[in-house]
Design a protein around this ligand. Structure first.
Ligand SMILES: Cc1ncc(COP(=O)(O)O)c(C=O)c1O
Length: 385
């Protein structure tokens, strides 16, 4: 195969943003700015929440301005407070952990499953104490967490599970949407996710209507509407805007198409990289339930002396292939380093966090680009020997 050099960026837009999305936003902006128009986000909010819950297989949904605030709200609704412990994975975005710290609780890290990179329920069991008040698994990269095993933990201990579903719009577990799992799930529609609501946005789904109502109050000043408006609890303003909600509907309508495209391209990448000893390939893309937000390959540092960072630099500088990092372990961030976590406690997550490389695979990545990326990975390994 003749290979000519290419430049492959790591796109900031994870899904597809098309003409219908632009028109949806423009329509509500035009209507709002017409005489007697308004930016008040109804009826779009109710329409989007209904459609999102139906898509994710939950009884209901609350739209919100980010997954970060969704996690914060869930901690508040559960009443997480100083002295409590919340168990999560170290291999995640920082806000999966900060949501608990923000309520004064202690984050306890448990190790991950080496195949799926999702939180390992058995490792979680070893970390449960009398003070454990919530567990937050992440559906990592779009791979579903082990929901059945977490259900058993809740049945035995009463500890609620809040899923971080930032990567998981359209993810399925045993052929069912994941939106009704545990106590609640928190989604992200930030720009690089498979669907986006103009750059920021999120949702909380749940089968528990009372939990959803309390979450709705938290994101809307504690308001309860009726003959007379009441402020029933302490709340905030975490609403999505009207244009975002309108775009949410058009983005949701194409979410399955986006996921299918990313899944198909991920499968091609796995075929192209099969048999490369120095790489550990991600699991689960053969299943239609994989949300395919990210394709995270690991540099097998037991098989090569090369460091992940040197390898990424080489890929970028020599072959023009940009990659991303999901994630440095949470405890490596300055804000957590003071808390003195014992890194040896989660050896699988610790090692994975130094091996992971997210490849630039997007809905419109061409076959030629996929082949080039795979070639560049193999070539970089040869050149670094
Ligand atoms: C695992 C995970 N959780 C939470 C978030 C936060 O999402 P948002 O940017 O919508 O607050 C992200 C964002 O990238 C994420 O990857």
């Amino acid at each position: 195969m003749t290979i000519s050099p290419r430049t492959i960026p790591f796109a900031a837009l994870g899904g597809l943003f098309e003409q219908d999305d632009v028109e949806a936003a423009m329509r509500v902006i035009s209507a709002a700015t017409a005489e007697n128009g308004s930016f008040f986000p109804l009826p779009e909010e109710a329409d989007f929440q209904k459609a999102f819950a139906a898509h994710e297989g939950s009884h209901g949904a609350v739209s919100i301005n980010s997954c970060g605030t969704a996690l914060d709200v869930c901690m508040m609704v559960l009443g997480i407070k100083p002295g409590d412990e919340v168990i999560t994975t170290p291999l995640t975005f920082v806000c999966t952990a900060t949501c608990a710290v923000a309520q004064g609780a202690k984050v306890v890290f448990a190790d991950i499953d080496p195949k799926t990179l999702c939180l390992d329920p058995q490792a979680v069991r070893r970390k449960i104490t009398k003070r454990t008040k919530a567990i937050i698994p992440v559906h990592f990269a779009g791979h579903p967490a082990d929901i059945d095993a977490f259900d058993v933990i809740t049945r035995e201990s009463g500890i609620p599970i809040i899923y971080d579903a930032a990567h998981a719009v359209g993810t399925k577990y045993k052929s069912r949407g994941i939106g009704g799992a545990g106590k609640a799930s928190c989604y992200s529609f930030q720009s690089n996710k498979n669907m986006t609501t103009l750059g920021e946005g999120g949702a909380i789904t749940s089968d528990d209507q009372e939990f959803l109502e309390r979450a709705r109050q938290k994101k809307t000043f504690g308001y309860v509407y009726g003959k007379q408006l009441r402020v029933a609890s302490i709340g905030f303003n975490y609403r999505m805007t009207k244009p975002q909600l309108a775009v949410g509907l058009t983005q949701l309508a194409k979410a399955d198409r986006v996921n299918a495209l990313k899944r198909q391209k991920s499968r091609v990448m796995s075929q192209l990289l099969e048999g490369v000893d120095e790489l550990i390939l991600p699991a689960g893309y053969d299943s239609e339930g994989h949300g395919a937000h990210l394709y995270v390959v690991r540099l097998n540092t037991d098989r090569t002396k090369l460091s992940r960072d040197a390898f990424r630099d080489h890929l970028k500088n020599r072959h023009g292939v940009a990659t991303s990092l999901h994630y440095p372990a949470v405890w490596t961030w300055d804000a957590f380093s003071e808390l003195d976590y014992d890194r040896a406690d989660c050896p699988i997550a610790e090692q994975a966090s130094e091996q992971v490389i997210s490849l630039p695979i997007f809905p419109l990545t061409s076959d030629e680009d996929l082949q080039y990326i795979a070639w560049a990975l193999k070539q970089s390994l040869l050149e670094s020997k």
